[in-house]
Design a protein around this ligand. Sequence first.
Ligand SMILES: *Cc1c(COP(=O)(O)O)cnc(C)c1O
Length: 233
Amino acid sequence: MLKENLVTVENKVAEACKRVGRDRSEVTLIAVSKTKPVEMLQEIYAEGIRDFGENKVQEMCEKMDQMPADIKWHMIGHLQRNKVKYIVGRTELIHSVDTYRLAEEINIHAKKKNITVPILVEVNIANEESKFGISAEETILLVEDISKLENVRIKGLMTIAPYVVDAEENRLYFRKIKQLSVDITNKNIDNVSIEILSMGMTGDYEVAIEEGATMVRVGTGIFGERNYNTGNR
Ligand SMILES: *Cc1c(COP(=O)(O)O)cnc(C)c1O
């Protein structure tokens, strides 16, 4: 069943790329496996998926220990500073950096390990009160500050668009993120190269791809609905 879901998502990704003349290789599909058991991750892994997204440090670390070593793990959830030490050096990318203090904490642990940690800055593009992320207006200043940290490298921007029934409603937000990325690039900030736009989820990834997403984070579309009764968000 997961295989069929994956084929459906993959086809939609490919079609969205085609519609706007982008190469399929420009977009990475991240399978968001939060709350799902490792058996399901293994099923998707067997179909060739290597990028997995998780939003909780402990859950991610447990799954890392049980899954093959060639997986690229993406931290996509709000990250507390006291948990940073558990994941530095183990993730492909941390998508959810929205404060200087968090970047600073990542930098400390990266320095200890003598590595550079790639990150994205999370932007709350619709200024939703319920969401993490920095406002678009404050993003450039934050990027400039973080760029001075030696062992952290900003690779792009991430956003969680509002929950909408019609994905078209989010097109303007994806456009705003794209524009913001161009504005940052034009500032020519040392150590910053905006190559990644992580935007688009099950409800709106096709529109996000049309507007320039290079990473889409799809959970429900691949694994089915999540059951939150277990207290796991
Ligand atoms: C859960 C989650 C997703 C996936 O959401 P779906 O709607 O199930 O595709 C994507 N990004 C983030 C940050 C998430 O927390």
